[in-house]
Design a protein. Sequence first.
Length: 174
Amino acid sequence: MTRLWSEDHPSLAGKYYRLDKAPFAPKNVQRPHPPIVIGGQGKQWIVPLVARYADGWNAVAGVDADGIRERRRIIEDECRKIGRNPCPSYVSVLVPLVAITNIPLAGPLVRLGARAVVRKEVARSVLADSAPVIRDRLREYADAGATEIILSLRAPFDRDLLRAFARDVMPAFK
């Protein structure tokens, strides 16, 4: 893909595919090409691919702050092995946002209920707490090296929840 994005009619003879003077239009606006972000959590295969081919990594829901740190070390170690410098530093984290509430124990109860439908790691990442608790949980990701948080929301989207997030959580990260 990077050759299609950066060369005029490139050719390729690979193991499974062959391209002869392949056209690609329209040309991309971003230079040298759009960022390539690989999402996943696998330490043996997926995360090392980030070091080899990507501009960034998207941690799926369920990877906690310690998991971010561990996988960033794997990416950095792989970059050193292959001589890639600079190493990708963009890290986004997918986090499910369910509620911002001051109801005592709401977060733990929502996360316990979520375990019935998703893996326990994903259930633990669900945000259903007070604004200060959510800020603290997101700060853990930032301190571990996350550069962007992607909120996972369920339809129909709750505009009041998004307004509360923008008002009560986001200012702590500007």
